[in-house]
Design a protein around this ligand. Structure first.
Ligand SMILES: [Zn+2]
Ligand SMILES: [Zn+2]
Length: 125
């Protein structure tokens, strides 16, 4: 992963093993979003290895290195969805129930052919 002023290697690496196959193009997109958002973006999950992904019983989006989950709520979540769409994130998952620290947005830029769902799309989880 290339050095940048906004996201660290460990923020985007797999939480279980530290491997990081986060895609460069997605990182560049994420940095564009972060610059416009102009606030810290707390990354809860970036790249996930296959083992970790299977343990979470999740779809493959994070294992492609093209997805992040950001801890964000209320007006900032509203704004982040808008910027993410404008910058070309095509998969948006919305988890906005309960305590603020457990509210997230999932953002990915999967191409339709690589995703289990079509793109662009939005869902709640
Ligand atoms: Zn792992
Ligand atoms: Zn996610």
């Amino acid at each position: 992963m290339f050095q940048n002023d906004y996201f660290t290697e460990s923020e985007l690496a797999c939480r279980c093993c530290g491997k990081n196959y986060f895609k460069e193009e997605t990182l560049k997109r994420l940095i564009r979003v972060r610059k416009r958002f102009a606030k810290p973006m707390i990354i809860n999950s970036g790249y996930r290895c296959l083992v970790h992904n299977a343990r979470l019983n999740a779809t493959m989006t994070h294992a492609t290195g093209q997805a992040v989950d950001v801890q964000v709520a209320l007006g900032r979540a509203y704004r982040l969805i808008q910027i993410a769409q404008e910058e070309g994130f095509t998969g948006i998952g919305v988890k906005q129930k309960g305590q603020f620290k457990s509210r997230f947005l999932h953002l990915d830029d999967l191409e339709p052919i690589l995703s289990e769902r079509t793109r662009p799309t939005i869902w709640s989880y």
